[in-house]
Design a binder for this molecule. Structure first.
Ligand code: BGC
Length: 259
C-alpha cells in the first residue's frame, strides 16, 4: 500500500444482479488499496439477504479505518437513501429505506446511490472522461441500460434514460446487452438499435460526450464503429471498478452545509 492520508480512504461496494463486488480505495488517486472481492448476489435479491452478503464482503476487506466512508451502489433509483424502483431486481426494494438497512447491518454511516450514477461518476473522476467538463452522458449496457448525467463534474442523479420510450417500448428491453443475448442479435443488428437509442439521446440532450460502460464495453470495437453520431462516443475504462470507485468517491462528498 502507498501512503494514504486518512480522509482519502473509502470503501466502495457495487451490488449487481449476479455479483456483489467491493474494495477499499484511495479516492484521490482512484487506486484500489485491496484486491477487489466478490460474492454472488443471493438468490431472489431480497434486501436482508443482500445486506448480509455485503456485511460478509466488507469483513473480507480487512481492517477499515473507523472514519472511512462507505459508498454502496445498486441498480435502482435512490432518493435520499430510499430505493424507488426495481426494474431488474426484487420488487421488495420499491419504497425501501435501503441506506438505513445497510447502516444498521454494517453499524456505520453509508451512502447509497444508483449503480450507473456511481459508474459514470467514477469514469469522470478517474477513467475514460477524467477531468473532462461539459455534458457527459454515461450509459451502461447490461441486463438493463443504466445512465448518468454529469455536467462539469457534477452528477445530476437518477437519470433513468434506459427506460426512454422509443417505438412504443421501454427501450432497454430492445437495446440492453441482455436483449442482444436473448434475441441472439448480430453486432450489426444490435448496433441498429443502439443507433436509434443514442440518436434519441443526442436529440434530447446535445451532450459533449457519450461514455459506454457495462461488461460488453470491452468488445467496443465490435459495435461502436458501426454507430454514426455527431457526439463522440467512447468506451468506459474502469470496467469492474467503475461502480466501486464512483460509490466510494460519492460517499466522501456529502455536503454538510445543506439541510
Ligand atoms: C435501472 C437503473 C439501473 C440500470 C443498470 C435499469 O433497469 O432502472 O436504475 O441503473 O438498470 O443497472
Amino acid at each position: 500500500m502507498t501512503e494514504n492520508t486518512p480522509d482519502e480512504i473509502a470503501v466502495g461496494i457495487d451490488i449487481g444482479g449476479t455479483g456483489i463486488k467491493g474494495a477499499i480505495v484511495n479516492v484521490t488517486t482512484g487506486e484500489l488499496l485491496t484486491d477487489r472481492k466478490k460474492l454472488p448476489t443471493p438468490e431472489g435479491g431480497k434486501p436482508d439477504d443482500i445486506a448480509a452478503t455485503v456485511a460478509e464482503l466488507v469483513d473480507t476487506l480487512g481492517e477499515i479505518p473507523a472514519h472511512a466512508s462507505v459508498g454502496i451502489c445498486f441498480p435502482a433509483v435512490v432518493r435520499h437513501g430510499v430505493t424507488m424502483s426495481a426494474a431488474n431486481v426484487s420488487k421488495k426494494w420499491i419504497g425501501f429505506e435501503a441506506e438505513k438497512l445497510f447502516e444498521k447491518t454494517l453499524s456505520r454511516d453509508i451512502t447509497f446511490v444508483n449503480d450507473a450514477d456511481a459508474a459514470g461518476f467514477g469514469e469522470v473522476r478517474y477513467g475514460a472522461a477524467k477531468g473532462k467538463g461539459g455534458l457527459i452522458l454515461m450509459t451502461t449496457l447490461g441486463t438493463g441500460i443504466g445512465s448518468a448525467i454529469i455536467y462539469d463534474g457534477v452528477l445530476v442523479p437518477n437519470a433513468e434514460l434506459g427506460h426512454l420510450e422509443i417505438d412504443g417500448v421501454d427501450y432497454e428491453t430492445k437495446a440492453a446487452y441482455s436483449a442482444k443475448e436473448r434475441e441472439d442479435l448480430s453486432w450489426k443488428k444490435w448496433a441498429e438499435r443502439l443507433q436509434k437509442y443514442y440518436t434519441t439521446l443526442e436529440k434530447l440532450f446535445s451532450p459533449d460526450l457519450f461514455l459506454v460502460g457495462g461488461g460488453v464495453s470491452k468488445s467496443y470495437e465490435e459495435f461502436l464503429p458501426l454507430l454514426s453520431l455527431d457526439t463522440p462516443i467512447i468506451p468506459a475504462e474502469l470496467r469492474n471498478n467503475a461502480g466501486i470507485l464512483g460509490a466510494a468517491c460519492l460517499s466522501t462528498m456529502r455536503t454538510t452545509f445543506l439541510e
